[in-house]
Design a protein around this ligand. Structure first.
Ligand code: HEM
Length: 385
């Protein structure tokens, strides 16, 4: 159910969903309002969903933190992700992309996610973090375990139901946790030039981060650092393939590539919604939201709000301006946006140059990620000629 792609219901930018007991925010302006007001709207969704709370896995998860703690933690690594610092990674991103494409050289068909879109971002983030990129098959197993058994968001679920739904997903979380804890302990003994070392040595208010905080922060970087970028790569190829006129425009003017990537972030956002909780009774889009009620901020829908975007359901590689919410907005604005943009630009540029006839396989259609948390292709068979 790709409800977030519907776009703004002109009558109802904000709507209460009885089935899940949550507010759905579809309007662009309303989404921006919620994401910008960190006082009225907390990112700690466990306030409304105590059944989902797993303190051992939540403490140190930037995504769920509010000011002032959020800013202190974010500052620890933000210098590693500025556009200037990230630009230095370009040669390495090029080399990895070429190596991955060398492995499919001469083949008539390959699977774009397994062969390029998954390994590229995971190798990059693993190297930054300082965990062996060669363990990526392990990461992929955990990620699949995590996302394939995700409980939907509903305030009506009991803890037992959540745990049952998560099933092996929880095992994946535990295994990732232990893996990262082991590497963090190793860095404490033998520091290196990597983000993990930075985290174990970092101080907030004169205190070292706890082991839990280090591991959960590292975990967020590892996860957020690759799945979404994998989806962005696959989604861009898919969108261009589905809109041959736009693909032709891009072929004529290759300088449109960055803008085509932004359009994919708008049109098929890998990260279609974010959760927030009202900290007080508040008015939004003509609705009265009660204290501690959960809001699903549907960035994917806001990105198709006709009040904000002309012809919102059209995929336009030259769209300008394109103030999409694909990377969020406000203090939680994606930390890795410059890295994700660079990876996409480099990988898709090389793909275009090396495999100009690349297209999806009509006999073997793409399959999508089976979760409402993430949006994009999971398997994308392609033909090279
Ligand atoms: C936050 C999307 C790539 C790290 C976010 C948020 C969005 C997002 C929408 C805000 C969530 C919210 O407001 O609740 C994406 C997309 C990506 C991508 C679409 C790729 C196409 C990356 C990469 C990294 C990363 C490569 C690498 C480190 C993070 C982190 C946060 C975040 C750490 C939390 C920031 C905070 O809470 O202050 N991302 N992301 N993301 N992203 Fe990304």
């Amino acid at each position: 159910d790709h409800f977030w792609l519907r776009g703004r219901d002109p009558e109802q930018p904000v709507r209460f969903d009885e089935g899940t007991g949550t507010w759905h925010v579809y309007g662009y302006d309303e989404c921006v309002e919620v994401l910008s007001d960190t006082k009225a709207f907390s990112a700690d969704i466990t306030r409304a969903l105590p059944e989902l709370a797993t303190p051992e896995f939540d403490d140190g998860n930037l995504l769920r933190m509010d000011p002032p703690d959020h800013g202190k933690l974010r500052k620890l690594v933000s210098s590693a992700f500025t556009p200037r610092v990230v630009a230095d990674l370009e040669p390495r991103i090029r080399d990895i992309t070429h190596e991955l494409l060398d492995a499919v050289e001469g083949k008539d068909r390959f699977e774009l996610v397994t062969d390029l879109a998954y390994p590229l971002p995971v190798i990059v983030i693993a190297e930054l973090l300082g965990v062996p990129a060669s363990d990526r098959d392990l990461f992929r197993g955990w990620v699949d375990g995590l996302f394939e058994n995700r409980p939907g968001v509903s305030v009506h679920q009991t803890r037992e139901e959540v745990e049952e739904l998560m099933g092996s997903g929880l095992d994946s979380v535990r295994q990732m946790w232990d893996y990262l804890a082991e590497h963090a302990a190793e860095r404490r003994r033998r520091p290196r030039q990597d983000l993990l070392t930075k985290l174990v040595n970092a101080e907030v208010d004169g205190q070292r981060l706890s082991e839990t905080q280090v591991v959960n922060f590292a975990n967020l970087l590892l996860l957020a650092g690759h799945i979404t970028t994998t989806l962005l790569l696959g989604n861009t190829v898919l969108c261009l393939d589905a809109h041959p006129d736009q693909a032709a425009r891009l072929r004529e003017d290759p300088s449109l590539l960055p803008s085509a990537i932004e359009e994919t972030l708008r049109f098929l956002s890998p990260f279609p919604w974010s959760g927030r909780v009202a900290t007080e009774e508040v008015e939004l889009g003509g609705c009265r939201i009660g204290r501690d009620q959960l809001l699903m901020v549907m960035q994917g829908a806001a990105n198709r709000d006709g009040r904000r975007f002309a012809d919102p359901h059209a995929f336009d590689v030259a769209r300008d301006p394109n103030p999409h919410l694909g990377f969020g907005r406000g203090i939680h604005f994606c930390l890795g946006a410059p890295l994700a943009r660079l990876e996409a630009r480099v990988a898709l540029g090389i793909l275009r140059d090396r495999l100009p006839d690349l297209r999806t396989d009509p006999d073997d259609p793409a399959t999508f990620m089976a979760t409402t948390d993430m949006a994009g292709v999971k398997v994308l068979p392609v033909l090279t000629r």
